[in-house]
Each structure stands twice: as C-alpha cells, then as structure tokens.
Design a protein around this ligand. Structure first.
Ligand code: ADP
Ligand code: ADP
Length: 235
C-alpha cells in the first residue's frame, strides 16, 4: 500500500487557498512526479508532507494512519526526507561532513555522534560508492563538486539515514543535460532501493524518464493525475 497518501488535502494561508482537494499517493519503489507552474502549490505540498506547514483541509496518511506533523522532526521520524534544491549541502564544508549534516535530526543506523572522524569518512565513502558516486577526495569542500554531484550526495545521505520517502524539490532545475542525467540515475537508484520518491519538476521529459505516476498542479488543484501507462510524451 501507499506509504504516504493525501486525501482531499488542502491548505489555506489566511484567505489564500494554495492547495485544494489534492489526492496523491506515494508507494515504495515508485516515483511520483509533481509538475506545475510557479504558484501551482508545489512548495506548499512539500511543506505539508515534510512538517513545515500543516494542512487545513482533508487528510495526510502515513502507512494508512492519519498524521498531522507539527515539526519537520516528526516527518523525519516517520522516514520522510526532503532534499531542497538550494539548501541540500553547505558549499564550504568537506564532502564527508555534508554527508553527516543533519544527522542529529535523524535516528540513523546508530548514534552518529559516537563515530570518530575516520569512521565517518569511511562510512561516507562506502555509502557514496554503494550509490555509484565515486569521488577521489572526501576532504574537498563540497562546493567544488558540480550541482549534480551535490544533489547526488544529498540523495545518498537520505538513503543511508533510513528514509522511506524521499522528496526532491526540483533537483534538476539548475542543471544542464548531462548533470540532469546523473541526478535522474540516482533518483532511479533510490527507487530501486525501495524508497517512495516525490519528484518535483518543471521538466516533463525528466519526469517521464523516471516517473511511475504524474500529478500536475494548477492553481492549487490537480489538473491531471495519471499513471505511466495513461500518458505518452509526444513531440
Ligand atoms: P509553487 O511552489 O508551485 O510555486 P507555492 O506552494 O509556493 O507554489 O504557492 C502556492 C500559492 O500559495 C501561491 O499563490 C503563493 O503565493 C501562495 N503562498 C505560498 N506560501 C504562502 C504563505 N506562506 N503565505 C501566503 N501565501 C502563500
Ligand atoms: P520556492 O519557489 O523556492 O519554493 P517561493 O517563492 O514559492 O519559494 O516561496 C518562498 C517563501 O515565501 C516560502 O516560504 C513561501 O511559503 C513564502 N511565500 C510564497 N508566497 C507567499 C505569499 N504570497 N505571501 C507570503 N509568503 C509567501
């Protein structure tokens, strides 16, 4: 069944209705793409699922149980990790430190605080390699990597810290064709490891390359909700 489900979910900011009557589900090992123009409600949808805002209409269910996250911590504890486009990594910090960034907010495979630096570096190296990301120097500031590589490190980090649901906020928006391809490959890798992925994007081609389901928002409501076999991309 669905790990996260929105049922007639909506959100009003005062009298601005940002989201209304949205039905959407996220399944393990599947990618749900959310498309829509600026102002369509994509950020609001992410914020509701990741505990930054609360819905004002309908329901949010995790493993079939209604939830109302009042903090991001509660969403993380439910296994919901969000990779924000611009805030995924801290440029001046070494790659390995970025890998453990935010780990104090997650339960993690073990208490991360007790790891020494050598073990943290070794762990980051192993986990990045497991995801197919090979870097020769984990001491370099992550800002020296390409935008695509930085997104990939953030995805590998979420996988390692036990996310069941990965929310990706326009991970390819600032990237060129080649780097976008790299990130799409890691989205597929996360999906293949059984994560349910919410992929927010403006790019229908990117969505079609990895998506199992497509939800298009327009002015806060779903204009289209279709599975892969219901749509085709024609030039
Ligand atoms: P998108 O991410 O698709 O660009 P948003 O979720 O940011 O869309 O915005 C949806 C609508 O809600 C827009 O009309 C936006 O101006 C409004 N909105 C978003 N956040 C707030 C807020 N904190 N207060 C008031 N209105 C907001
Ligand atoms: P992004 O596209 O990076 O998600 P937005 O421009 O949608 O950023 O929103 C930036 C911030 O401003 C968000 O926290 C959003 O909730 C808030 N915001 C967006 N629209 C409005 C609005 N009309 N009134 C108040 N806050 C808003």
């Amino acid at each position: 069944g669905a790990v996260v489900e929105l049922r007639d979910t909506g959100k009003a900011y005062g009298n601005v209705r940002a989201l209304h009557g949205v039905n959407l589900s996220v399944h393990p090992g599947r990618v749900t793409c959310v498309l829509g123009d600026n102002g369509a409600g994509k950020s609001t949808l992410i914020k509701i699922i990741s505990g930054l805002h609360q819905h004002t209409e309908g329901e949010v269910l995790v493993d079939g149980e209604p939830v109302r996250f009042s903090t991001p911590r509660e969403a993380l504890d439910a296994g919901i990790a969000t990779v924000y486009q611009d805030l995924a990594t801290v440029p001046l910090m070494p790659v390995w430190r970025n890998f453990f960034l935010g780990s104090e907010f997650t339960r993690g495979p073990w208490p991360v605080r007790r790891l020494d630096i050598d073990r943290m570096k070794k762990t980051a190296d192993t986990e990045l390699r497991n995801m197919g990301i090979v870097l020769d120097d984990l001491d370099q500031p992550i800002g020296t990597l390409s935008g695509g590589q930085r997104q990939c490190v953030a995805i590998a980090r979420a996988v390692y810290f036990g996310a069941r649901v990965l929310i990706l906020d326009e991970p390819t928006a600032a990237l060129g064709v080649k780097q976008s391809g790299v990130v799409l490959k890691y989205i597929a890798a996360a999906r293949d490891r059984g994560l349910g992925v919410i992929f927010i994007t403006h790019n229908p081609h990117h969505a079609y390359m990895v998506g199992d389901h497509f939800s298009v928002l327009r002015l806060g409501t779903l204009e289209l909700s279709a599975s892969r076999d219901q749509v085709s991309l024609e030039e």
